[in-house]
Design a protein around this ligand. Sequence first.
Ligand code: ATP
Ligand code: MG
Length: 225
Amino acid sequence: MTAETAQRGRLGIFGGTFDPIHIGHLRAVTEVAEELELAQVLFMPCHHPPHPKDVQASAAHRLEMVRRAVADNPRFGVSDLEVRRPGKSYAVDSLAEFSRLYPGRPLYWLIGADAFFALHQWYQPRRLFDLADFVVMTRPGSPGRDLREYLTHYLDPAFAPADNAWVRLPNGHGAKLLTTTLLDISSTDIRRRAAQGRALTYLVPPEVEDYICEMKLYTTPEGED
Ligand code: ATP
Ligand code: MG
C-alpha cells in the first residue's frame, strides 16, 4: 500500500480507554481491517471517558502504550485528537472532526459488542450515523443481540437490512457485526494481574509489558493509590 492510498482509502477509527491496549484489541482490529479492506486504522485513546469508569493510567501513558503497540504496523496509526481535546471525549465530536480532516473519506468506527449495545447512552447517538458506519466486533460474554432490533428500538426505526449483512439508514450509513476471533482478554484483568505482580506476557505486546514495568503502572489494586 502506498502512502497515497493510505491517505485516500477507507479509514477505521478505534476509540477506547486502552488502559492498557491488549492483544484482544489488536487481533480484532486486524481482522476487521482485512475483512473491510480498511486502508488505515487510527487507535484513539479517550481523554476522559464520558461514562463513569475507572481509568488508572494517565492519558499520556495510555497514548504512549498505544503508540508502541502499533509502531511496527504500517496499516495502524494513533490519533491524539481526544487526548488533546479538553473535557469529556464524545465520539460524535471526534467523528465530526475526522470528517473535516478527511473530507470524502469513508469513516468506520470500530467497537466491541459490549460497548456497542450501550450506544443509546452516548451523547447524540443518532448523529453518529450521519458521520460514520459502525463495525461491531464480537467479544466473549457480550450480548448476542440483533443489531437491527437494537438500533430500531433505541436510535431510529428507519434502520433496515441492506447488502452484505449491513443494517442501514436511508442516508446510507449503518452498522454490521463481524465475527472476530473470541479472545477473552480485558484491560481490567490485565490491571489486576499487574497489581499482583504477575506476568502480562502474551496478553499485551512485549513493548507494552516493558513500558508498564518501566513506568510502574498498575502497581496498586484498583480503587487504591
Ligand atoms: P476495560 O476492562 O478497562 O473496560 P477493555 O478491555 O474493555 O478495558 P476498552 O479500552 O474498554 O478495553 O475497549 C475499547 C474497545 O475495544 C471497546 O469497543 C471494546 O468493546 C473493545 N474490546 C476490548 N477488548 C476486546 C476484546 N477482547 N475483543 C473484542 N473487542 C474488544
Ligand atoms: Mg471496556
